[in-house]
Design a protein around this ligand. Structure first.
Ligand code: CAA
Length: 399
């Protein structure tokens, strides 16, 4: 029987970002909530949050991120599409199937959706690595796409947002090697969950913060026990960021358990570059950790040959700590200006406009709706008819 080639390097060969069309200011939200804006801009560390247009959803964002990747690689090598989300559009059919179709990928493809709250994107990355180890000729398209919403006027509303990150996972990657050691932690807890009949999650905010910190500590301890790197080996740390201050809290916990003084200067040195995009996009659930990675790579000095610590947390809860080793020359692969443009070109909207978008509902009775053009992304939800979603590409897909 053939074994797995452990010497083979597998990881992220390419990575791209997409976000939604609109942006809401946290200062405007604070005014509406009757709180000091500093609570959101300083206390949570958020400036704006992405609000998707009415014709955008997790499929259109995932396709917009992935399109940038398939425009530059031989899509014929992609045999699997793994889409992680916790804001799925269907209880049965995988959103990955819509994306496979929108991108014109081969029908000789497996397309699947994965779920475990915000951890789902990391599970997709790890499963993709397993597939590539089994057959190094194949590439796997990993998509993490989410729209984070909470009840209006709730505390969670300040931690909304939306984004998708697409990653091409391959052997001999050009961006980052997925290091083999992982620290894992799972516990059956009720900090954040969304029953099938609800469009917004149930959340115990304070509990979720303390469980995140506990899970980060336990995942790190498992990582250490399995022979992982020493904390000082990492050039930077990316954390799942429901709000950017959460990364600071989690990193302070990790430093403290090593007896390291978690002063702001040290926290900033390890984290500051990882929070720039998330501060503007807001929470993007499964994509958030990888938005943090893109923010780091687009802003930091050359990290070639250095390791980046990655902490993934999904409520409910599952956490994983692992390392990415940056491949020399990775910077040539980055899409820094298009990432920054995707965030900068969002249209600022008033609180009233945001509420109108929140109030917009797709039919649930089987009737037909053709949606007006609202966003300006490469893909859009065109219509809903007889409970089916119809998408369209707004621009021809580049060969
Ligand atoms: N100026 C500066 N800072 C201020 C301030 C002001 N005027 N007023 C308050 N603050 C600070 C507070 O001191 C606090 O900071 P610390 O935690 O460092 O003390 C911060 O602002 C937030 O204040 P509160 O804790 O009082 O805020 P809140 O209780 O109203 O809501 C929240 C915060 C619980 C995170 C809420 O937004 C929420 O429920 N969000 C959704 C759940 C969530 O994001 N959980 C995160 C962990 S779970 C996870 O990561 C998975 C996931 O993606 C959901």
């Amino acid at each position: 029987m053939e074994g797995i080639d452990v010497a083979l390097t597998v990881g992220i060969h390419d990575i791209a970002l997409a976000t939604g069309h609109y942006a809401l200011s946290l200062e405007d939200l604070a005014e509406r909530h009757g709180v000091d804006p500093g609570k959101y801009t300083v206390g949570l560390g958020q400036t704006t949050q992405t609000v998707p247009a009415t014709d955008e959803d997790i499929v259109t964002m995932a396709a917009a991120a992935a399109k940038q990747i398939i425009a530059e690689h031989d899509a014929g090598d992609i045999r699997t599409v793994l889409l992680a989300t916790e804001t799925g559009i269907d209880q049965s059919k995988a959103a990955a199937v819509y994306v496979q179709d929108l991108l014109g990928l081969s029908s000789s493809t497996r397309a699947v959706e994965l779920k475990q709250a915000c951890y789902g994107g990391t599970s997709a990355l790890q499963f993709a690595a397993g597939l590539v180890h089994r057959d190094p000729e194949q590439r796997v398209l990993v998509l993490a796409s989410d729209i984070a919403t909470y009840d209006v006027d709730s505390a969670g509303e300040a931690t909304q947002g939306a984004a998708a990150v697409a990653m091409l996972v391959s052997a001999d990657p050009a961006v980052a090697v997925l290091e083999p050691t992982s620290g894992l932690y799972t516990a059956n807890v009720q900090d954040f969950w969304r029953p099938n009949y609800r469009s917004t999650p149930m959340v115990d905010g304070k509990l979720s913060v303390s469980l995140y910190l506990e899970a980060a500590e336990q995942a790190w301890k498992d990582y250490e026990a399995r022979g992982g790197r020493a904390i000082e080996d990492f050039a930077a740390f990316c954390y799942h960021q429901p709000f950017t201050k959460m990364a600071y809290k989690a990193h302070a916990r990790l430093l403290e358990i090593h007896g390291i003084d978690a002063q702001m200067a040290r926290l900033d040195a390890d984290l500051a570059h990882t929070t720039s995009y998330n501060r503007l996009i807001g929470n993007s659930y499964t994509a958030s950790l990888y938005v943090a990675l893109l923010s780091l790579l687009d802003h930091a000095e050359d990290l070639s040959g250095r390791s980046v610590g990655m902490l993934s947390y999904g409520s409910g809860c599952v956490a994983e700590f692992f390392g990415l080793s940056m491949v020399p020359g990775y910077r040539q692969r980055l899409r820094t200006s298009s990432n920054q443009d995707a965030i900068a070109r969002r249209e600022s909207i008033s609180y009233e406009r945001y509420r109108a978008i929140r109030d917009f509902e797709l039919p649930e009775d089987g009737s037909s709706t053709v949606l007006e053009v609202d966003g300006a992304g490469g893909f859009r939800l065109r219509a809903v008819t007889e409970h089916s979603r119809m998408y369209e590409a707004c621009h021809p897909i580049q060969a």
